[in-house]
Design a protein around this ligand. Structure first.
Ligand code: HEC
Length: 217
């Protein structure tokens, strides 16, 4: 049995990596030839990824905030909380599909477990946290991932005002009892409480296919 496993593991790895690498090589060649045709440098592509990522994250932020404010004004925080529970992910998904990219919000202290950081995202979040604690300004940045085929745009999300505290602040002083009990029942493993204004809450993480970035230029 052991021998079979030794044999199987490399075989599985080959199957898992083989076709993917081929696709990646095709994408690589295609991106390369269109970069050459357009005489583009890596720096221009990174700059365009930054512009695109800034615009997508602003739009996503604006849409979430507009919907959230409306829900709070109409029905109060407890109802708005349920609104977030049901609608935050679909709003982000719709924008992802519209742009042909993958948009996420992630944090080391998540409310929704689906937003837990990936291996690529965790060190970026940690760097943002370090900067925040040491008075260094956090700028959005671009990381090359998936062998350079994808540009990962990320941007810090900060607890910008007291408004956020109604659902992410100190459970004793900032979050109303009915809101807190809704959080506890919807998110039994919630870590996204106890924040203060100015704290790092998380980040936007947007995967931009390099090919699409090149096509924008
Ligand atoms: C009405 C309550 C409410 C308010 C106000 C609110 N949030 Fe949230 N927030 C939530 C809920 C609920 C979720 C989980 C959404 C989900 O399930 O996808 C969430 C998730 C998040 C996430 C995603 C990461 C995670 O923990 O899952 C970020 C980032 C975030 N909020 C930032 C903010 C910021 C910044 C503000 C203020 C501008 C704010 N929130 C105001 C309820 C709120």
């Amino acid at each position: 049995m052991k021998h079979l496993l030794y044999f199987l593991i490399p075989a599985i790895l080959l199957v898992a990596c083989g076709p993917q690498e081929r696709v990646s090589k095709n994408v690589f060649d295609e991106v390369n030839s269109s970069m050459e045709a357009k005489k583009l440098s890596e720096a221009q592509i990174t700059q365009e990824a930054m512009i695109w990522g800034d615009s997508i994250s602003s739009e996503a932020q604006q849409q979430l905030m507009a919907n959230l404010h409306k829900a709070v004004e109409e029905n109060g925080y407890a109802e708005a909380l349920e609104f977030c529970n049901v609608n935050a992910a679909p709003i982000i998904k719709l924008l992802s599909d519209k742009n042909g990219v993958s948009i996420r919000r992630t944090s080391t202290r998540t409310r929704n477990q689906d937003n837990m950081p990936t291996e690529e995202e965790l060190p970026i979040l940690e760097a943002y946290q370090y900067n925040m604690e040491n008075g260094i300004e956090n700028e959005p940045n671009i990381q090359k991932i998936e062998g350079g085929d994808v540009l990962l745009y990320n941007k810090a999300i900060v607890i910008s005002s007291e408004f956020c505290l109604a659902c992410h602040g100190d459970p004793k002083n900032d979050i109303e009892i009915d809101v807190l009990s809704k959080i506890d029942s919807l998110y039994p493993r919630d870590l996204a409480r106890g924040f203060k204004v100015g704290d790092l809450r998380g980040m936007w993480s947007i995967k931009l296919p390099k090919k699409s970035v090149v096509n924008r230029l």
